[in-house]
Design a protein around this ligand. Sequence first.
Ligand code: MCA
Ligand code: AMP
Length: 456
Amino acid sequence: LAAASGALAARLRGAGRVAVWATPELETAVAVTGALLAGVAAVPLNPKSGERELAPILADSAPSLLLAAPGAELPPGVRDVPLLEVDAYATGTVPEDAYGAYDDEDPALVVYTSGTTGPPKGAVLPRRALTTTLDALADAWQWTGDDVLTHALPLFHVHGLVLGVLGPLRHGGEVRHLGRFGPEGVTRALDSGATMLFGVPTMYHRLAEALPGDLELAKALAGARLLVSGSAALPVHDHERIAAATGRRVLERYGMTETLMNTSVRADGEARPGTVGVPLPGVELRLVEDDGTEVTALDGESVGEIQVRGPNLFTGYLNRPDATAAAFTADGWFRTGDVAVREADGYVRIVGRKATDLVKSGGYKIGAGEIENALLELDSVREAAVTGEPDPDLGERVVAWVVPADPQSPPSLEELASHVARRLAPHKRPRVLRLLSALPRNDMGKVMKRSLGAGS
Ligand code: MCA
Ligand code: AMP
């Protein structure tokens, strides 16, 4: 890896920002490591991005190069960016000054994340945020170079890329990416030396479903040192099913693209179902009511928005000072939008989310606004509202509420789903269609999503 990413780094010096076509392959790890060594910010792109999604990201981040595996199938939208094929077997050396030449505040990654409205925003993650969060996790999880991590997470988000690839590298360990998630791959990896498994709750749900008929999987999970879930809430039912079948409890940790990791159950702590543990070293966390009052009670009942402060935070949204300013309080706390209570021993329990315009499906954050805009492009759609509703597999599923242009021939779910999958990305497609004659609106004309069943 040092040889391959060292060779790449030599070509990237001074390149400005570079985009990475983040397929779940070796080349993505080499590309991101090479960019880090060259002191160049990397912008990981979802290789399943839709035609509408890539243009704003490329316009906003203005990469000077696109790094991709040889032979990658690139859509027309990215072909204007000069391509550099990554040679995962190149031989070079790590630039001599690589470990001392950069400022901790220099951007390492720009990760795009959906907001409630408009196109995704690029969260600028400085080098210091990455190192801080990974070192805090090493402390919480007793994560060392002896660990072998396995996972099947996408490499264009923080979970799979920062925790799942840069984590093992920072600690001098190993990662085995499964390429595609499935109980067989997980069993094989854990049986052949992997010590840790990272996944989103959908993956643990699928493991819980497979467990009753799969003794090999149960044995493999029982033998792991750590099973860690994050990106969304792990349902208590799945947590308990896995514990019952394997004797192992899944540890939950809570993070966000903008903040990296905030809390975790510690490896030597109690993995209490439905809780995300305690603040990680260096992270300040408070709960705040709508009127700004801090919730100090550790009673498991008093709710407030989670706000965090610490060296794990991003520096801001690229080219969006307005959105950056809105995300922080006057005294520098980041507003997560997540709503939680704290238990007597300080354990955080997330109970909901402030926004009704965000859906967490399969661990992906999806903005309702961008899907609504995509649906409104269809002639068959007069009005559209998007909400999330509970789903046993995905956590939440995307629901499209549509007022058809012609009630006699309304659009089909398939029509809407394939349009959204093409324009945005397949994981953003509606899974349910509900037809209405009008959307419920308040006096201001705003759609009342809570009366459509959205929100917690
Ligand atoms: C189905 N497919 C379609 C359509 N219908 N494609 C196009 N048009 C359609 N109409 C295809 C999909 O592309 C996919 O293809 C396959 O059908 C199945 O799709 P789907 O059911 O959507 O997903 P899945 O394959 O079952 O995925 C479940 C998953 C995935 C593996 C759990 O949701 C996932 O990887 N989630 C991880 C999200 C994540 O990493 N989030 C981290 C962000 P094909 O099978 O070929 O792909 S949060 C974060 O980073 C913070 C910091 C944190 O705290 O962690
Ligand atoms: P993203 O913006 O895609 O990075 O997603 C961050 C969001 O995922 C957080 O604001 C939470 O709503 C959610 N999240 C992450 N980890 C957990 C967890 N362990 N339990 C509940 N929600 C989580």
